[in-house]
Design a protein. Sequence first.
Length: 752
Amino acid sequence: MTKKKHRKPSNNKISNLTNTILSILKKERNQSFNYKQIAAKIGVNDASSRNQIIKKLAKLKANAEIEEVERGKFKAILNNEYHIGIFDAAQRGNGYVICDAFENDIYIASNNVNKALNGDEVELYVYKRRKQGKLEGEITNIIKRAKTEYVGIIQIHEKKNFAFVVVDGNKMKTDIFVPINKTLKAEDGDKVVVTMEEWPDKADSPNGRVIKVLGKAGEHNTEIHSILAEYGLPYEFPEEVEAYANNIDLKIQPEEIAKRRDMRKDLTFTIDPRDAKDFDDALSFTVLDDGLFEIGIHIADVSHYLKEGTVLDDEAYERATSVYLVDRVVPMLPEILSNGACSLRPHEEKYTFSAVFKINEKAEIKDQWFGRTVTYSDARFAYEEAQAIIENNIAFNKAETISNPEKIDTSIPAEVSITDKAYNTTPEIAQAVLKLDELAKKMRGKRMQSGAISFDKVEVKFTLDQDANPVGVHFKTSKDANKLIEEFMLLANKKVSEFVSKMTPPRTFVYRVHDEPDESKLASLQGVAARFGHKLDFKSKAGVAASLNQLLSDVQGKKEQNLVDTLAIRTMSKAEYTTKNIGHYGLAFGDYSHFTSPIRRYPDVMAHRLLQRYLDGGKSANQEEYEEKCKHSSNMEYLATKAERDSTKYMQIRFMQDHQDEEFVGVISGATDWGIYIEIISNKCEGMVRIRDVKGDYYEFDQEQYAIIGRDTKTMYQLGDEVIVKVKNADLVKRHLDFDLIGKYEPKEVSE
């Protein structure tokens, strides 16, 4: 008779058992568990492990960390170690939780992420690491998913009857499993939108289904649509919305004119970008008998057509903003309104909402009026054409300049039709432009003296051929004509906001606010600026604005301009919409709203509605309702901005694909422990040199010096250094540009 073999008891100690038990109990805090259930959760079933669990449960109970709700069954005792925050995923599977309760973000190790995804609102348990004493956390519950729809490339496994979607970007560490019957007949390699349906407890990947096939990865329209889909932004209007818009009566009616101030006889014109299709603002100019100037800022009366409670208004609210991608605009309103009825096109009567001011020679406001109007635009100018009037003082030198064409300023771009447009305009319009420019400069001067900050960041624009291929890069700068329009739009926005904010009793309104800059970011900017020889004084609030303006002026035209401009903007708090008025730091305004672009911004529509309500004597609107709308508008603006940046990055990569054999001079714009970022000076395209690819030494990142340094040679590549690079890889699908580092740039001396 053979003897039974007895298994030796395991003496292996279960690691991190306290945190494991607490995690189980706190994750399912509404349930109670006995030692057997906890053992099953952990995945152990031997006597030694069960005894360890029983002893640990007794100890946790004695320490009042858990409670025994009935014999042998335990629940967690929730205390102030639990907090709510937003998870920010890192590339390696770990991440941080941004939590109001702590000054610094809480680190989350990859094994404590517990199926949280980037942007999720989570509950976390915070504790101190034993050795370092630093705070660390474990995510115990997903309160709200940031998103459930993702964009990625589908990989079909037909023999196994399933597919996986590899999500775009580097923040998602898992693919999404899709049964073959939920692929929407997508083909292998297609870009798709997939919705996450569930994530079973023991599954490594969530389950999902394809809800839209965008097309083959790498194709132009596919990639543009995938950028929009990634942020939940639409690229077409629902049929019912288009049908509703097409059935609106767009005619100018006599009975409606009778309800408005008729300003059709006032000299009125628009100044916009050359390629603009919608014109939502116009200026009127009249010289009054008392020496004052009556200046009207006329805004398309979108709220006349956009009625609350309609499918059109619901769609506009959901979009909240137009999205300006490199090759297209995704409008907030259907084209029949945005480019038609609400566009202040020349030689057409339009319904408008106006802010009308009487202003003296010192640019002081002597009187103001707000209300609905009807206007007629006498002319339309591109910025370049208005700039030609300003630079050549056309109103006063018109006859002489036409008879002496050699006096025309040759710095004006050749493509601007000066003779046809600027020089053939009426003397009245030319003189109005010049006087408005003169007043705008005085207004701007006062604003800067009050502490406003001048961000004139260079905008990169691509020249596209008919197939949307980038064939050139040019830089858009703000000149006098741009600043003229900007100042009068700022005036309207400020005065409308001021008018409502001073009402008694107080009224709910939509403000555009901007808080003071972040001190830690100012310190970082100070460190970077010092490397280029710029000194900053951030000791006082007044000193911050003055120093920033001086810095932004000093870097004009220099290699570091785009880098410094970008970093300076990042020091600023994010502007947002709210009903709680704290003023606008960057503009140095105590009251500020968005009122002047209702064709492309929903908050402006809300401002129009509220202002008219109060002009009619209506009661204050519900603040909670409007605060919720403000939050939605701010969020949609944020998503639109991210999509716009991604489209620029995508177009930069397309542009650089055609220049892979060329060497470029660039400036180091960033340094991290995985590489350095290089911005090409000639076209502002930015790519990365991976630290492992830098030849000649083993390089390490030095955080204090914003540099990577060779271990043996001590060669340093530092923020702001000029280097020579060549394209290594331009990946349209991943939207990533990699460079090879050729070496440091040594300018050649020019012999006299």
